[in-house]
Ligand binder design. Structure first.
Ligand SMILES: CO[C@H](O)c1c[n+]2c([nH]1)[C@H](O)[C@@H](O)[C@H](O)[C@H]2CO
Length: 448
């Protein structure tokens, strides 16, 4: 007898995007520049010198995109708010037209019975704040708290689920340690400082929410489960370091008020000691966590790898995506059960899961066949259901992404959308995966 994949009553089905990746019009109507506006206009930083000036033109086309969400039967939509659209200098003066855009977006979602889930920070820090040190300036936590308060006062109640940060690990590792993402620093002394102030900012936002908010607030983290390449002590230790560095560096402080002990091994003299007051601020109770899952990592010791001394081992027996990520759905079940066991079964939303496979630049007679993505979604949604069967408290799933969009420094070269975007004409075409996902939503999983 095959298993039924019907999901629990109340499980929410959605799709996710982020401001700089889809909106376009980054400086319209009084918006200030973000660090991604600057990074994308810095020669050599972006593949093909792509940038977010137009992207998916969602700033102008959001009503059409919401109509597509409605046609797919989506119940929720995770998007991010561009901080510098609302506060052009990052603090102080509010740009009402920037706020108005997000109010129109939210109200149109609600008119279509789609619940908005807002991420306050999805990497696009206001450039004006970066000029003051950005995530390296301790004041950034207060700046983020101020911005959070502006958004809560205007939209809380219509938005009932807020995420403070999207993936502080990527911001730190990409933006401050390895330099592949904005602001493009490569400094192992800066990375732990930026990382800590990101978490302090999360704490200030939660504090602000508790004073004025009436609903739920959480944080979104990327989790990539680590599996030792062998039983050797070296590989096991490398796995432990990699897990501490990516998967525990943020959730341990949020849930336990302390960093993993491996952090000092990894960063050595570059790892500061932080005051307990900071850890108390960071570890205030939250209502949910968002988990972004894409792949796993089979990890071996690698003396030459900086600063982790750990490297991935390719798994040729499995399919890899266009971004070089192994397709490994069991890793999603393992991730969700790990979160349950380690952090006391908090409410979890899968806030991102998806894959970039090659899709043509143009639809063919109104159709885009993407069988690999259909298979990816089927396997990973079954993996979510297996985790629910194992007792995990999973509130919903947001596919990454609704639309093909700007894949950060990889530009438009990678397509993650279930809806195809022709960037020359801005024509949207639901891919086969969108139709498949719509069927899963309509049947609440029964058609998996
Ligand atoms: C390291 O993978 C991360 O979990 C991750 C993958 N992704 C992300 N985080 C970001 O949240 C999105 O903005 C990306 O577009 C998306 C696809 O790359």
């Amino acid at each position: 007898m095959s298993k039924s994949y019907v999901f629990p009553e109340g499980f929410v089905w959605g799709a996710a995007t982020a401001a700089y990746q889809i909106e376009g019009s980054p400086l319209a109507d009084g918006a200030g520049p973000s660090i991604w506006q600057r990074f994308a206009h810095t020669p050599g930083r972006m593949l093909n010198d792509d940038n977010g000036d137009i992207a998916c033109d969602h700033y102008n086309r959001f009503r059409d995109d919401i109509a597509i969400m409605k046609s797919l039967g989506l119940q929720s939509y995770r998007f991010s708010i561009s901080w510098s659209r609302v506060l052009p200098e990052g603090k102080g003066r509010v740009n009402q037209k920037g706020l108005d855009f997000y109010e129109r977006l939210v109200d149109t979602l609600l008119e279509n019975d789609i619940a908005p889930v807002a991420t306050l920070f999805h990497w696009d820090l206001p450039a004006a704040l970066d000029d003051r040190g950005g995530w390296l300036n301790p004041d950034v936590a207060d700046w983020f708290g101020e911005y959070s308060e502006v958004m809560f006062k205007r939209l809380d109640g219509r938005i009932k689920r807020w995420a403070t940060l999207n993936e502080p690990w990527v911001v730190t590792d990409g933006g401050y340690l390895h330099g592949a993402l904005a602001p493009g620093h490569r400094n192992r002394f800066e990375a732990p400082i930026a990382s800590h102030h990101l978490l302090r900012a999360h704490g200030k936002s939660v504090q602000a929410y508790r004073a004025i908010g009436q609903h739920d607030i959480g944080i979104v983290v990327n989790i990539e489960p680590k599996y030792a390449a062998s039983d050797s002590a070296e590989d096991q230790a490398a796995r432990d370091r990699a897990e501490a560095y990516m998967n525990r560096q943020y959730l341990d402080p949020v849930f336990f008020g302390k960093y993993p002990e491996q952090m000092r091994d990894i960063f050595g003299e570059a790892w500061p000691e932080w005051p307990q007051a900071d850890m108390d601020l960071i570890s205030q109770p939250i209502d949910f966590i968002g988990v972004n899952y894409y792949t796993r990592n089979v990890t071996r010791h690698d003396e030459s790898s900086w600063p982790l001394k750990a490297s991935p081992v390719r798994q040729p027996q499995h399919t890899y995506t266009e971004t070089g990520w192994e397709v490994y759905p069991q890793g999603l079940t393992d991730t969700l059960t790990w979160v349950k066991q380690r952090y006391g079964n908090p409410q979890v939303f899968i806030t991102e899961n998806g894959a970039a496979f090659f899709d043509p630049p143009k639809a063919e007679r109104g159709r885009v066949r993407d069988p690999l993505r259909v298979s990816y979604l089927r396997q990973h949604l079954r993996a979510v259901h297996d985790a629910i069967d194992a007792g995990c408290n999973i509130g919903g799933y947001f596919v990454w992404s609704l639309l093909d969009n700007l894949e950060w420094s990889l530009g438009y070269s990678k397509r993650f959308g279930i809806v195809h975007v022709d960037y020359q004409t801005q024509t949207r075409t639901p891919k086969d995966s969108a139709r498949y996902y719509a069927g899963i939503v309509a049947s609440h999983g029964a058609r998996l």
